[in-house]
Ligand binder design. Structure first.
Ligand SMILES: [Zn+2]
Length: 199
């Protein structure tokens, strides 16, 4: 889904900045004119253009640049793709790494596109489960592979700074499709590749 901007009912950039000013006034009453805060509303809204840029990207377009696989029929794995996302429940950051794999049938995709598809999902208001499923759905739909696998490990700000305050917990999610779902051998080979020592 690509969000269509510019519709007259949408909140404008200046209205968003005004909302941030209101929040700052709520946190620290009567201080919105001090030096450190005066430009904060515009800085925050500007930073969101990057942090939430995933809404402007279309997975069909990202995954459209494919090449002849020349009979390659093994696993293609891009591992340790770092990402930054925002938890939709608390507006806290969560960061981690994604491992993405597929087994091509006839077409392989440009490797950087696998990293871009992670960012497309991560740079939205999210939960980790939806990112994981969304990437797997896109790989299945647009690459039509023999199998697709997504494993994500992330550390959540909302677990660290509030609530249970656990600093070191890592959440892992996975989506296995096609042969990675059906066949133990494919999953085992994938896990060995993910866990092999770094270069
Ligand atoms: Zn949260």
């Amino acid at each position: 889904m690509v969000v269509q901007r510019g519709n007259e009912n949408m909140v404008s950039e200046s209205e968003a900045q005004q909302a941030i000013s209101t929040i700052l006034e709520y946190i620290e009453p009567g201080q919105s004119n001090r030096e450190g805060l005066v430009d904060t509303p515009s800085r925050v809204v500007n930073s969101w253009k990057e942090i939430f840029s995933g809404y402007d990207e279309d997975p069909a377009e990202v995954l459209s640049s494919t090449f002849n696989a020349e009979d390659y029929d093994g696993i293609v794995l891009l591992r340790d793709i770092e990402f930054h996302s925002t938890c939709e429940h608390h507006l806290q950051p969560f960061t981690g790494r994604a491992h993405i794999a597929y087994i091509p049938i006839e077409r392989i995709v440009g490797i950087s596109k696998l990293a871009r598809i992670v960012d497309l999902h991560a740079r939205r208001l999210q939960n980790q489960e939806r990112i994981t499923k969304g990437i797997a759905d896109d790989l299945e739909q647009h690459l039509n592979p023999l199998g697709a696998a997504v494993i994500i490990e992330a550390s959540h700000g909302c677990m660290k700074c509030r609530g249970v305050k656990k600093q070191n917990s890592i959440m892992t999610t996975s989506a296995m499709r096609g042969v990675f779902f059906d066949k133990n051998e494919a999953r085992t080979e994938l896990m060995q590749l993910i866990q092999s020592p770094p270069l």
